[in-house]
Design a protein around this ligand. Structure first.
Ligand code: C2E
Ligand code: CA
Ligand code: CA
Length: 380
């Protein structure tokens, strides 16, 4: 009877960490089989395996007695590892035995390749935790030029990781993992604080300046408090309008109601909002009307193609005029050539940034090149 209760409770726990679209079944004895569909990448199965191990390691209360169990998990990927159900099942089975042999309470992948990938990810995750502890991050700044009056409008702050061995690591190498594991909140907090300190330093040195920071969808919580940030800025003596938050459409797609309230709060606190990477997602026009954005940033991929073939030109032109009609300023990112700049200027784009004016650089270098030497001016 205790065994039956244990199996039932296990099935419930498994179901609780899986999505409705996944399949759980019991093949016999103490073995369960789980089919995960629609994974963005095979390696994501690892995160789910971790969740399963965690939920099964909680104590079980079976009638009068409390018991503890652990699981061994074997993972195989379709269609990479096998193309039929039978072979697939056997692969998972042999991977599971590998996990048992390795000491139980763990998971193992069928292929070396995935096993290696999982190991790499684990190492990266540990290093990332350490990076947060030891504050190995640095914000780089890229100039943003205002074409309406040919001035330096501000900078976008972009995070870099000063890895003790690998050197400077770009965000696409660690932001996704930070998002998956929730570490992004800690990193995001560091980003805001560091950016504010920098704005303050520049302000004290006489450079009244605007900085935008990026915030990914995983960083938004319903208890996010825009007013606290506004207050923090006021205490530091910084006008809240000196800070912009760049968000992408994925933020808007989930939980529209409280996201709207939250963005309204930012706006009310005087903090500016930009819609980043416009044109790559749903590019819903209703978003632009509904949410309180100040700036619309045309994604780099449209700007890039402006010269190669001119298919994108009418699109960019249309986005700029639509943005203007909705009362937004329009920014173009990824400007690399004079032709792109000429086109954008001709079509009344308000703000531009890209390698043509300057790559992202450290705060010290930014100050020297753009405040002192006015380097961006040589290209107009
Ligand atoms: P993003 O917000 O679209 O940032 C623009 C990216 O384009 C930056 O890459 C920048 O270095 C690059 N870029 C700028 N000008 C040019 C150009 O002329 N040509 C080309 N080919 N590229 C250009 P980076 O710094 O590697 O950042 C990549 C992404 O990482 C960012 O995309 C942003 O989504 C994310 N990210 C960066 N910093 C943070 C952060 O502090 N927090 C969060 N949540 N995400 C961040
Ligand atoms: Ca951005
Ligand atoms: Ca962007």
């Amino acid at each position: 009877r205790a065994g039956d209760l244990l199996l039932k409770e296990t099935a419930q726990r498994l179901a609780s960490v899986l999505r409705d679209s996944d399949t759980v079944s019991r093949f016999g004895g103490d073995e369960f089989t789980i089919i995960l569909t629609d994974l963005e990448q095979d390696i994501d199965s690892e995160l789910i395996a971790e969740k399963i191990l965690a939920t099964l390691s909680e104590p079980y209360q079976l009638d009068e007695q409390q018991v503890f169990v652990s699981a061994s998990i074997g993972i195989t990927a379709y269609p990479d590892d096998a193309d039929n159900a039978e072979a697939h099942y056997q692969n998972a089975d042999s991977a599971m035995y590998a996990a048992k042999e390795a000491g139980r309470n763990q998971f193992s992948f069928f292929t070396q390749k995935m096993q290696k990938q999982a190991k790499k990810r684990l190492i990266l995750l540990n290093e990332l935790r350490e990076a947060i502890d030891k504050q190995q991050f640095e914000l780089y700044y890229q100039p943003v030029i205002d074409l309406t009056n040919n001035t330096l409008n501000g900078a976008e702050a972009l995070i870099r990781w000063n890895h003790p061995e690998k050197g400077l690591v770009c965000p696409d190498k660690f932001i996704p993992l930070a998002e998956e594991t929730g570490l992004i909140s800690l990193i995001g907090q560091w980003v805001v604080n560091d950016a504010l300190e920098q704005i303050k330093k520049w302000q004290d040195a006489g450079y009244e300046f605007h900085v935008s920071i990026n915030k990914s969808s995983k960083q938004f919580h319903s208890d996010d408090c825009a007013f606290d940030l506004g207050k923090q800025m006021k205490v530091m003596g910084i006008d809240p309008s000196r800070l912009s938050i760049e968000i992408t459409e994925t933020v808007l797609m989930e939980h529209q109601d409280w996201i709207l309230t939250m963005l309204d709060n930012y706006s009310e606190a005087g903090i500016k909002l930009s819609l980043d990477d416009f044109g790559t997602g749903f590019s819903s026009l209703s978003y632009l009307r509904k949410f309180p954005f100040d700036v619309l940033k045309i994604d780099r991929c449209f700007v890039m193609d402006l010269t190669e073939d001119n298919n994108e030109a009418p699109l960019v032109e249309a986005i700029i005029s639509m943005g203007h009609k909705l009362g937004l300023r329009v920014a173009a990112e990824g400007v690399e050539t004079q032709q792109q700049l000429d086109f954008l200027r001709h079509n009344d784009c308000d703000l531009v940034q890209g390698y043509f004016f300057g790559c992202p650089v450290s705060a010290a270098e930014f100050e020297q090149r753009f405040f002192v030497n006015h380097e961006w001016m040589s290209h107009d």
